[in-house]
Design a protein around this ligand. Structure first.
Ligand code: ZN
Length: 684
């Protein structure tokens, strides 16, 4: 493998260290193994392991046992959180007038021949934090249930008030679908997977292919906040003050997820207006919006009160840094699942474990990383990032003081295509390590396969920014700690279904477990660079450049409003930031003989840069989101929004607030630039 640009940088700083780092990395990359990742995937996907269940206690014990076997210091952390499990879930279709007898729908996912876990115990198909109720009403089709879909419905003269809405999955987080249905007066909601989105319209269905079959159901939470909703912003420790159950901002209407096999029985009997063309799904008939004449009955009863409180367990292991033990690199993945969860998220769990095994093997032979590396598996992510959020809230001060970066691994081995995301400061590092890891296809490096897909256009090697949906949120959005994620994607229709199994993974997702191996190598290398590079490998010039480019989004939002508000102040601040970043990089690359104390000062300053883009009161829409770089879109849940404080002011049509937010952000960018200047001064 070739020597890196970064080594050249370091070579000027610490020639001996660079050679040592090279050998550290070569030995680290040699450990991850396809047989080991396959075996752990098999062991951890024997049954569904939902947070708060005995099956999930078993995965905790398995993980701790492995970590200790490899000689690592390992421990668990328990929190008791509000996660109401279902008592009973049922749904009926009531035929059009003269309304014959209601027919109960089969909600169990059918057994698939050849997939043994599909014949085992199942988690009832339900949406976490659904309201309780037993309602019967005419059905109305609301497309994806987005805010704009309800506007379209209005223009068609149809309302969901007093009706049961049926929305398809996709385009937004399911919690937003529940929020909007309730807001518009629906008494119940069915969320189904349309075959157009991840079923037969996309490819062969399971078990012939990887896509969602007629009986496949996407379970999932409809909580729109992060962490235990009874302890917002603080940890669920013993004795913690708890918000009363009836004051929680969770849905009040019953919500049930459905297969397209069941949803069809409503959709094909809807009358009323024919849908606008973009609303047509892939079931074999013309869709109509209703209401009725077909009716639905939905029954949801979940645990309430003390019965809804369950213990959850995060697991941790640590290798203490040999030179900078007070600087931490944290690697995490959630361990809970609605199903066997081979992809979501035993793939991430196994990635963390195998990375830990690699670092442990080196540590046993005397090669410890310079910084401390912490390996975490999180519980109850599926309910609302709960395990990671409670820990981050408990550890906030320590993490702000010590965490260098967080690497998150969620649903990472679904197919052959590399995907990555992260803070713009970490994107150059991600691109760099892809050049050093063999692609699972066996043809060149991950980077080479990636380049081939984008027709050799290096400018198209894009990495996403971090929005909603996984455990990086506590670190990145809540505390301003740089975060990143890497993995591989491909065609899949088994998300949150019983068919997300060892059999699916071994047949379609990653038959040779080479994608698992490649993911581990990427994560191990990222962690090694973050842990061993003397000057933390953040690229703030790339950061400043990317954020500067994103100001155009604000300009177009302002232009659409017809306001005279200007973004010049923010643009200028980002330009000054980028100049300071360039100055720092030049000083770093030419530095000679920097002693440990000065290096420490440099890194302490670098760790401040993104933390200074947070503010204690957070976003107006969501105080928990303190970072002003990026957030999930409050009206979508999954989509990423840059400069959320400003963007939301534009969205809420408030020009004065937009100006205030722009000024606030520019000030904070200048403060972040101050950290870069401090880092430069410490080098000189
Ligand atoms: Zn996941």
């Amino acid at each position: 493998m070739r020597t890196l640009v970064l080594f050249a940088v370091l070579a000027s700083l610490r020639p001996v260290a660079a050679a040592a780092q090279d050998s550290f990395e070569q030995r680290l990359l040699a450990v991850p193994d396809t047989a080991s990742t396959r075996r752990m995937t098999y062991d951890l996907t024997r049954e569904p392991h939902v947070a708060g269940t005995p099956a999930q206690a078993l995965t905790r014990d398995y993980v701790i046992d492995k970590l200790r076997t490899w000689g690592l210091e390992a421990w668990t952390k328990e929190y008791t959180v509000y996660i109401p499990h279902p008592d009973s879930i049922a749904a009926w279709v009531i035929p059009p007038p003269p309304h014959g007898p209601a027919t109960a729908l089969p909600l169990r996912e059918p057994v698939v021949p050849g997939d043994p876990t599909s014949a085992g115990r199942q988690v009832p198909p339900f949406n976490g934090y659904s309201g309780d109720g037993d309602v019967s009403a005419d059905v109305v089709y609301v497309n994806y249930g987005l805010i704009e879909d309800y506007q379209t419905l209005d223009s068609l003269g149809t309302s969901v008030r007093g009706k049961i809405a049926i929305a398809r999955y996709g385009r937004s987080f399911r919690g937003i679908k529940a929020r909007e249905a309730e807001k518009h007066g629906a008494v119940g909601l069915i969320i189904y997977s349309d075959p157009q989105d991840d079923g037969y319209a996309r490819g062969d269905i399971y078990p012939k292919g990887p896509m969602r079959p007629w009986g496949g159901i996407q379970r999932g939470s409809i909580l729109n906040t992060n962490g235990d909703p009874t302890t917002p912003g603080y940890p669920s420790l013993p004795g913690a003050r708890r918000l009363p159950e009836d004051s929680l901002s969770i849905p009040r209407i019953p919500v049930i997820p459905m297969s397209y096999g069941n949803a069809r029985r409503f959709l094909e009997r809807l009358g009323g207006t024919s849908v606008p063309q973009p609303w047509q799904g892939a079931l074999p008939f013309r869709y109509h919006v209703g209401p009725g004449p077909v009716r639905a009955r939905l029954h949801v009863k979940t645990e309430r009160g003390a019965r809804a409180m369950h213990p959850i367990w995060d697991t941790f292991a640590m290798i203490r840094g040999a030179r900078y033990p007070d600087e931490w690199v944290v690697i995490g993945a959630h361990r809970d699942a609605w199903s066997p969860g081979a992809a979501d998220n035993i793939s991430g769990t196994v990635t963390v474990l195998e990375t830990a095994r690699a670092f442990a093997e080196l540590a046993r032979s005397g090669l410890r990383p310079a910084r401390t590396v912490i390996f975490a598996t999180w519980d109850a992510e599926e309910w609302g990032l709960i395990g990671s959020t409670e820990w981050v809230e408990e550890m906030a001060d320590s993490l702000v003081g010590h965490a260098v970066a967080y690497l998150n691994e969620d649903d990472v081995t679904q197919g052959p295509r590399f995907v990555g995301s992260g803070s713009p400061s970490l994107k150059p590092l991600i691109r760099e390590v892809t050049g050093l890891v063999p692609d699972p296809s066996g043809r060149g490096s991950v980077r080479a396969a990636w380049l081939e897909r984008v027709h050799d256009d290096t400018a198209a090697l894009t990495l996403a920014n971090l929005g909603g949906g996984s455990d990086f949120a506590g670190f990145y959005h809540h505390l301003g700690i740089p975060a990143a994620a890497v993995g591989f994607e491909g065609p899949t229709g088994v998300y949150h279904s019983m068919y997300d199994s060892y059999h699916w993974m071994t047949t379609f997702g990653d038959p040779g477990y080479r994608t698992h191996q490649a993911t581990v190598r990427l994560v191990a290398l990222l962690a090694a660079r973050l842990a061993n590079t003397d000057v933390l490998p953040f690229d703030y010039e790339a950061f400043g450049t990317e954020l500067s480019r994103l100001v155009a989004q604000l300009d177009s939002g302002i232009a659409k409003r017809g306001w005279s508000v200007t973004t010049t102040g923010l643009r200028d601040a980002l330009a000054r930031f980028t100049v300071s970043a360039r100055t720092f990089a030049a000083a770093r690359d030419s530095a000679r003989g920097v002693d440990a104390a000065r290096l420490h000062a440099v890194n302490v300053a670098l760790m401040q840069v993104e933390r200074r883009l947070t503010r204690p009161q957070g976003l107006v829409s969501r105080p928990w989101y303190t970072s002003l770089q990026f957030a999930s879109d409050v009206d979508n849940g999954y989509a990423t929004m840059a400069f959320p404080s400003v963007n939301e002011a534009i969205r809420y049509a408030d020009p004065a607030m937009t100006e205030r937010e722009l000024a606030d952000l520019a000030t904070r960018v200048d403060q972040a630039r101050g950290a870069l200047d401090e880092a430069t001064a410490a080098l000189r």
